[in-house]
Structure formats: structure tokens, C-alpha cells
Design a binder for this molecule. Structure first.
Ligand SMILES: Cc1cc2nc3c(=O)[nH]c(=O)nc-3n(C[C@H](O)[C@H](O)[C@H](O)COP(=O)(O)O)c2cc1C
Length: 451
């Protein structure tokens, strides 16, 4: 890993904070999912932190509507959030530097609509748009798109590969200088500078062109979130950033090596894809302060909520067991998120954890690495992962808003700056410039990639 490339930092923004108990802290804001007035201050805070980007996870449905008791008590299931691409456009007008990344699903959307909306955000934000490409983790979202069940994992990723080729083609519809606007001669556009797509594939038939001008970044930054071989291959070919879930440095080192090899296999420079694991940050002025906040947050998860939330993650009902019972064998099938579920199951088995111990371990970080302590403690861990080649940066997860984020900006960021790991000022204006991921054409799809 070349030393001159700076640590990359994204912030995972959940309207009620990421910790299940976060919204219940007395000082926490609770209405950011439906009150836009909360956001200008949050965005100022993010730009003060000089982060590369902020990230909005998303689904197309209310997670957990089939379990109303849990939904009533756990807003991290996202019962109410702004439609993220619309929301990015609004946030763009309140910011000038930070990258703005929203999730869009390739399983239920159409490439033309996604390409059009992200082109608009890239133009409105002057080159700060990013698309987190997902294939949808919540199987129930299928019920909102005229289907009775979720699409199989491998079919979702086959569609995603083709989807990205189509959106990429659409973003190249017009040359940069196509819209000449020549009043004197009455020529608005140069029709020799349009490129028809005429895509005929297994999943999509799209003629094009896109009714949007060439965007400032050429293509919005592409983020892929996932851990399976299919997700790694998709990221290796198309993405600028891979969001991953790795709880230990060893797992992150393995994943990093594997993914960079896949990137090289597509003929891309390894640094073209930034690998950014999620990190749940509990930082304070002192380690004791961080510990105290963490303890308070954990106390705000009642057993019923903990067990029911873990049941959702594992796609298996655990409510008939006593929380003190050992974590049972997971026997159900799921078409949702497989990678994390398997890891939790293996961890519980290896360490002989009870159901309560498992949810108390899993919920504060949800598969991200948990970093807790003083700014120096957390920065030590970040520096260690980064310098060992376990990642190119992190997707920082704050437990509650605004306090969890304020602590990161007040304490952690200055410590990383002091160590020369992170920027003190934005150097560029576009998200591609922050990430040091210049535009390049996608390599062709390969059917023979090693899974
Ligand atoms: C860090 C991370 C973030 C994700 N964010 C989302 C999200 O916001 N919305 C969504 O539907 N799926 C999300 N996913 C799920 C993936 O898109 C994918 O559908 C699912 O994880 C299955 O792929 P996998 O087996 O590779 O994990 C995320 C996955 C990871 C690892």
C-alpha cells in the first residue's frame, strides 16, 4: 500500500444512530428520518470533520413490519427514512465538499431511472455523488415489487453486473462538449456527440441515450456493499469503494488480499478500489468516558428487543429459548444477507456464547469492528489496520446523533490528523478527488472468474 495515499473516511449516517439503544439517550435526536431541519447542522459537523463522504444505507420497505412489537422499539430497522437519492439532492445544497453516497438496489430498480437520478445528484452537487450498489438484503422488500419472494443470491448478482454496464453506458451518452448552446446559429446541441447505447442483454434492453448531460465525475463514485464472492467480484470489476463487514484484523487482512487480487485480475490497479470496513466507534475524551456511554447504551436494550433483533439477523426465531440458553444451531434458509449470519453463528459456536451474550456482542457493532476508548486508543487501532494493509479506510458508524458523531469529530479526527493519517483540509472538490479514484472505463465482464 503506497504511503502517500491518505486514510479514507466515510460516515454511516443512520437517522436514529446505529446503536439499538442510541435514540433513547436523553440528548439524542430522534426525528431525523422525517425532519429535514435536523440535517443542515449534521452536515456542517460532517464537513468540519473533513470526511470523504457520508453514506446512507437503505431498503425499499419497512424492515420488520411482520414483528410490530420489535418495530415499535427498534428504529434502527428504519421504519421511516427519506428516499435517499432525493435526499442527497437536498443535502447537496447544504454542503460544498463532502461526498454524498446513497444506496440504490439493482434488484428492483431499472438502470435508466437510477442512472438518471444519480446523474442529477452529481450535477447538483458538482461532482460529489456516490451510489452504494446493493442487491437488497431484506427479503421482504420483494413483496413491494410485485413478487412473492426474494430473488436468488446468484441471480441478483448476475443482474447487478449487467445493471452496472447499462448505467455506465448511459452515463456516457453525451460527450462533455455536446451541448454547444450556439444562439447565433440556432444550434443547441451537436448531434454527432451523442452515443446510443442499444443494449440487448439477458436482463435489460435499453436503447438510450440518457436525457442528462455528461456528469462532473464522468460516473458517480460506485460503492459495492457485500462480502460474498459475487459481491467481491462485482466490486473488483466496477467499484471505487467496497464496504465490508470484518470484525477482526485477521479477517480484514484476508479479505483485503483476496479483493485486491480480484481487482488485479480485472487488469485494474489495486488502489483503484478502496476497501473500507465498517467501524463502530465509541470514543470519548477519556477511555472511561467512552466506556460509560457504551454501558448506558447497552442498558437501553431490553432482552426482548435484543433477542428479536438477533432473530432477524439470523433469520431464525430465537424467542422460544431462554436468553441464557446457548445460541442454537442455525437451520433456516435465507435469501438475504448470508455472509454476516454465518460469521455470527460460527463465533457463537466457537466461543460457546448464550443468546444474550451473542446479541450483546453483535448489536453494538452489527458485524463492524468495534473500537472503543480514548481518541488515542481508537486511533491506534485505526492506524494499525491501515498500516498493516487490512483496509484503505473505514466507514465510521456513530451510535447516536449528534453526540456520537460530535465525539468523533472533536476527539478522533484531530488525533488522526496529528498523526498525519488524515487530511486537515479538503484538497479537491469532487468525491473522486477525495478518494483518489479517477474515472476509468469498466473492464469487460468475465464468465470464468473464480468464485
Ligand atoms: C457493509 C454493508 C452494507 C450494506 N448495505 C445495504 C443497504 O443499505 N441496503 C441493502 O439492501 N443491502 C445492503 N447490504 C447487503 C448487500 O447488498 C447484499 O444484498 C447482501 O449482503 C448479500 O450479499 P453478501 O452475501 O455479499 O453479503 C450491505 C452489505 C454490507 C456488507
Amino acid at each position: 500500500m503506497p504511503e502517500e495515499i491518505m486514510l479514507k473516511l466515510s460516515v454511516f449516517m443512520s437517522p436514529t444512530g446505529a446503536h439499538v439503544g442510541g435514540w433513547r439517550l436523553p440528548e439524542a435526536i430522534t426525528d431525523a428520518g422525517f425532519n429535514f431541519d435536523r440535517w443542515p447542522d449534521l452536515m456542517k459537523l460532517l464537513e468540519r470533520g473533513k470526511f470523504d463522504m457520508m453514506f446512507l444505507a437503505d431498503g425499499n420497505g419497512v424492515n420488520g413490519i411482520s414483528d410490530p412489537d420489535l418495530l415499535a422499539r427498534n428504529p434502527t430497522l428504519r421504519p421511516v427514512v427519506f428516499e435517499p437519492i432525493t435526499f442527497l439532492a437536498a443535502l447537496a445544497t447544504h454542503t460544498s465538499r463532502i461526498g454524498l453516497v446513497a444506496t440504490g438496489t439493482t434488484t428492483f430498480e431499472e438502470p435508466f431511472s437510477i442512472a438518471r437520478r444519480f446523474a442529477a445528484v452529481d450535477q447538483i452537487s458538482k461532482g460529489r455523488a456516490g451510489w452504494n450498489v446493493v442487491t437488497t438484503s431484506n427479503p421482504d422488500d420483494a413483496l413491494n415489487f410485485s413478487r412473492t419472494e426474494h430473488v436468488e443470491h446468484s441471480d441478483r448478482f448476475a443482474r447487478a453486473e449487467e445493471f452496472l454496464d447499462v448505467t455506465d453506458g448511459l452515463w456516457s451518452s453525451w460527450d462533455e462538449d455536446a451541448f454547444v448552446q450556439d444562439k447565433e446559429n440556432g444550434i443547441f446541441l451537436d448531434s454527432s456527440k451523442v452515443h446510443m447505447l442499444n443494449h440487448e442483454g439477458e436482463h435489460f434492453q435499453v436503447r438510450g441515450p440518457l436525457n442528462a448531460a455528461h456528469t462532473p465525475q464522468g460516473r458517480p463514485v460506485i460503492v459495492v456493499a457485500g462480502g460474498s464472492p459475487e459481491a467481491r467480484n462485482l466490486a473488483a470489476r466496477t467499484a471505487d469503494v467496497l464496504f465490508t463487514l470484518t470484525e477482526t484484523k485477521e479477517a480484514a487482512l484476508d479479505l483485503y488480499k483476496d479483493v485486491k487480487e480480484r481487482v488485479a485480475g480485472y487488469g485494474r490497479a489495486p488502489e483503484a478500489l478502496k476497501v473500507m470496513p465498517g467501524a463502530s466507534i465509541f470514543v470519548g475524551e477519556t477511555a472511561d468516558e467512552a466506556e460509560e456511554v457504551y454501558r448506558k447504551l447497552q442498558e437501553l436494550i431490553p432482552d426482548t428487543v435484543g433477542v428479536a433483533t438477533l432473530s432477524r439477523i439470523m433469520a431464525q426465531d430465537l424467542s422460544m429459548h431462554d436468553p441464557c440458553d446457548p445460541m442454537p444451531e442455525i437451520t433456516t434458509e435465507t435469501k438475504g444477507m448470508t455472509f454476516f449470519r454465518d460469521k455470527v453463528s460460527a463465533m457463537a459456536k466457537k466461543e460457546g456464547l448464550s443468546i444474550r451474550e451473542t446479541y450483546r456482542r453483535v448489536l453494538p457493532a452489527r458485524g463492524h469492528v468495534l473500537m472503543k476508548g480514548s481518541a488515542a486508543d481508537v486511533a491506534d487501532q485505526i492506524e494499525d489496520w491501515y498500516r498493516s494493509g487490512a483496509c484503505d479506510g473505514f466507514n465510521l458508524v456513530a451510535s447516536h446523533l449528534p453526540g456520537g458523531l460530535e465525539k468523533i469529530v472533536q476527539h478522533l479526527v484531530p488525533e488522526l490528523q496529528r498523526r498525519g493519517l488524515f487530511r486537515e483540509e479538503y484538497e479537491g472538490t469532487t468525491l473522486r478527488e477525495h478518494l483518489e479514484t479517477p474515472y476509468a472505463a469498466f473492464p469487460a465482464r468475465r464468465s470464468d472468474v473464480d468464485q
